[in-house]
Design a protein around this ligand. Sequence first.
Ligand code: HAM
Length: 433
Amino acid sequence: MPQLRAPRGTRDLLPDDAARFLRFAEVARGLTERYGYRPIETPLIEQAAVFERGIGEVTDVVEKELFRIAPRTEESEAWALRPEPTAGIVRAYVQHGMQTWPQPVRLTTTGPMFRYDRPQAGRYRQFWQFDVEAIGDPGPAVDAEIIELGLRFFAEVGVQGAEVLLNSIGDPACRPAYLEALVAFYRGHAAELPPTERDRLERNPLRLLDSKDPAMAALNAVAPRTVDHLCEACAAHFAGLRRHLYALAIPYRIEPGLVRGLDYYTRTAIEFYVAGREGQQQALGGGGRYDGLVELLGGRPTPGIGFGLGLDRIALVLDEQRGTAEAAGPGHHDAPDAVVVSADPADTVGRLRIATELLAAGLRARADLGHRKLGRQLEAAGRDGAHFAVILGDELAEGQVQLRDLEAGTQRAVAISDLARELKRGASQHRHG
Ligand code: HAM
């Protein structure tokens, strides 16, 4: 039988990686709590229409990368796995009447996303994002606030040199005129356009600006820039954002080609990179303002802004910056305070009973559940890094066990009724000594 494997483009997070992702999630939780965000969990599946309408039909994410779930019966809905959390969170905002809550509603989630893309380094079909959304505030102060939050997350998880790329891509007032100028420009260079881009020009011209095709680089360097075509309100918003960033001493770079891959964006577009890694597939995070999205998904017109940070890519960058990919293998975990072993190789009942009492008392304890000799059990406890071994022997009948300090190599009799207290005292001495 062929060996079974994780699907292409997905990967197992083995204990070291999974522990690291949990740590990212803990940093995210601590930070967002301080910044006033409340957690939200939306389903990993949504009606496909949430993404088609929210993200846009003519985007790579919806056109090519959506994991669609075939309806099981004729009357059931078309679903898709979420490629990103924003559309689902905004769907929930509308569905649950969050417009009536004090605004802005600050929401955060961390979890897996799914995109059927061609897998490569830093691009997976299942990947993790830490996401924040502030819905109901037109900005620009909140735009600066979330950029600062993003940078603080990078600092707290230990990423060095995170940079902000910024652009304003206008709104429905100024974008049509800009798009006209853009289309006219590309039409004037039709002969230089690769066929895929020529097709896109008719359907979603903005996307040509961040084309991955190297043939487009020279053309895009001289293409009309969104920032030069902003209406007064968008220009004032962008200037306001820059003023706030200046006041917070946050450096940023304006990147005229930054248009983002999802259609819901208006005005502020943000991407986070580590210096020297500004290529495609290298963004550690992205986001921006989506002032039309709530309305698009059936709510009252409500502004919003947010970002998503890619935890898989952040883990890769941390490995690079530390110069080592963490060695694969069982790795290290917090050592137990005590392992319960016994002279009688068969007495797993006794060991499990005592270990359970210690666990109930709040200790990190486990029983050796193998049927092997005492010497072997002690060796394994030592390999596990346990501070103490609790040895069950003949004195069990008198309510006593032997407590062996595995580091000091000393051993003494302790009453079972005192065992948890003694271990707690010993464990805290070990931790502080
Ligand atoms: P996005 O730019 O599509 O934005 O994704 C955000 C981040 O997720 C990327 O910068 C990247 O780090 C990571 N990412 C995306 N695709 C993959 C992949 N296939 N493999 C690994 N990592 C990936 C959004 O998703 C928006 N929802 C962000 C947002 C929130 N805008 C407003 N609110």
